[in-house]
Design a protein around this ligand. Structure first.
Ligand SMILES: C[S@@+](CC[C@H](N)C(=O)[O-])C[C@H]1O[C@@H](n2cnc3c(N)ncnc32)[C@H](O)[C@@H]1O
Length: 487
């Protein structure tokens, strides 16, 4: 049986009503939503001509998450992804994380060397990795000392020219879970949105009323799939919003009442129409997996464990059970696998080193370089590593992929928005497209990359490339026949 929350997504009339509101909110007056673009599901089309370079629309993500493995590269506001602290802190943090990571790899290798399983292929790989890690550590320490890294992290040193690169002071989560924000407003917004139930901090304060017990859920997500963290934001923010809507209405407590159902459906609407297939049914099977059925069963079991831990963490008498069903949770995770958008925010550290590089040649630049060059040499390619995150946006998630897209998306952390810009002139009636992958790849590699998104690309370029490949094959077959005849 299709749970109530998923069944609603099939109603075209409410879908159009919702998306027309989304278009109005995004001030996207030059766009329409088409619920059935041939072979692609719904899509976004231009309702009038759009000139190259024009902003097609701007919207804010409904949820976003800095990739867990990116925390080592960038300290950003967990709500809006703005870099926080200072250039010194960002550089010190990158170096400290790098050193910790390399030490871990080095020790892993040493452990394998001293263990009794020498000759095992994995251990051999570990030893190679350990050797490389050791060399990279030496390279870092040839340029900076551990004390220098500690000074940068603690704010004990000020680097030249950083006045022009001021960053907001980090604002810690009120419960001290380690999450940082760029302002009290962002901290409060994240708290109200979902962090109040997903926080793992223990520091007590006058608020909130709920007991915090999300650590086992986080631990499971860290070890298995970070997308569970994003799905949890959807679940919690929806439940909290429904509870608020219900509290604001004249009806009673949560339960199977009509009032609760309509509050829940209203709160769920931003995600309702993004629904695709369940995660375990939609994920592409990795090349090294032989037993597809077992693989999908394992994914389902992971989702089930995650949901159990989440349900235990957020149990609250205000919440009904509708959103905590496995099919609904699986569809949210699946939606992120197929619909989310990667956001990359360039690092101010890169801009800082560029500014040094662009200084006029002379004694002043030489004095600055004496201080900054060792840091740049120690960071190596890490100096430019950006903040990488994943987000879900109501309108952007309706835009289909093309290997020859007419639009591009840029992220602005300043006002926490994503802007979609026309890359070329777009005619009225034309579909708005973005690229989900690196479109410089050849046809086969593009299709392989898009398999991870669960579809065979039917964009104009792929259709043309496929036709060209077919006719080449047919031509090849004909040539082969001729060769055969000559023999
Ligand atoms: C971000 S959603 C885009 C909106 C989607 N069409 C819908 O109905 O919600 C991505 C999904 O759209 C479909 N899609 C996007 N681009 C496509 C393309 N070039 N060819 C075929 N299907 C495409 C695939 O099903 C993909 O998983």
């Amino acid at each position: 049986m299709c749970p109530l929350l998923l069944a609603q997504s099939h109603d075209p009339e409410s879908q159009l009503k919702y998306y027309n509101q989304v278009l109005r909110d995004a001030e996207a007056s030059s766009l329409d939503i088409n619920l059935e673009v041939v072979g692609k599901g719904k899509g976004v089309v231009a309702s009038r001509n759009i000139d190259e370079g024009v902003t097609v629309f701007t919207e804010r993500p409904l949820v976003n998450l800095q990739h867990l493995d990116n925390h080592a590269s960038a300290i950003v506001c967990q709500a809006c992804l703005r870099y926080v602290g200072s250039i010194e802190l960002q550089i010190g943090h990158k170096l400290r994380s790098l050193v910790d990571q390399l030490r871990g790899a080095e020790q892993g290798g040493a452990h394998a060397e001293s263990g009794g399983s020498a000759g095992d292929t994995e251990d051999e790989v570990d030893l190679d990795g350990a050797l490389e890690a050791g060399e990279r550590l030496e390279q870092i320490y040839a340029h900076v000392t551990p004390e220098r890294i500690a000074e940068l992290c603690s704010g004990a040193v000020t680097l030249p020219l950083t006045d022009g690169f001021r960053l907001p002071k980090p604002m810690p989560c009120r419960r001290g879970c380690g999450a940082l924000y760029c302002s009290a407003a962002c901290e409060a917004e994240a708290w109200e949105h979902s962090h109040c139930l997903l926080c793992t901090g223990t520091r007590t304060s006058s608020s909130p009323l709920v007991e915090l017990k999300a650590e086992p859920f986080w631990e499971h997500a860290r070890e298995t799939n970070e997308i569970f963290l994003l799905a949890a934001q959807v679940v919690v923010s929806t439940l909290l919003r429904a509870a608020r809507l219900l509290a604001g209405s004249s009806s009673g407590a949560a339960g199977p009442s009509d009032a609760y159902r309509s509050a829940l459906l209203a709160a769920w609407q931003p995600y309702m129409y993004g629904w695709k297939r369940c995660w375990w049914d939609s994920v592409a099977v990795p090349d090294d997996v032989d037993d597809e059925e077992e693989f999908r069963t394992q994914l389902k079991s992971l989702a089930s464990d995650s949901l159990e831990l989440l349900s235990a963490a957020i149990s609250d008498p205000r919440f009904g059970p509708e959103l905590l069903q496995l099919e609904v949770y699986g569809s949210i995770v699946g939606m992120f696998e197929l619909n989310n958008m990667g956001l990359s925010v360039p690092s101010p550290v890169e801009d800082y080193f560029l500014a040094v590089d662009e200084m006029e040649e002379g004694a002043e630049k030489q004095a600055v370089l004496q201080i900054t060059q060792p840091l740049l040499d120690a960071l190596d390619s890490e100096y430019a590593s950006p903040c990488e995150s994943t987000a879900f946006l109501a309108l952007q998630s309706c835009i289909n992929h093309s290997c020859d897209p007419n639009c591009t998306a840029v992220c602005d952390t300043g006002d926490r928005t994503v802007t979609v810009l026309a890359q070329r002139d777009i005619a009225a009636g034309e579909e708005i497209t973005l690229s989900y992958i690196d479109v410089t790849l050849p046809y086969k590699e593009r299709q392989a990359a898009l398999r991870d998104y669960g579809f065979v690309c039917r964009c104009t370029r792929c259709v043309a490339d496929a036709a060209a490949a077919r006719s080449k094959r047919q031509g090849g077959a004909a040539k082969g026949f001729k060769v055969g005849r000559r023999r």
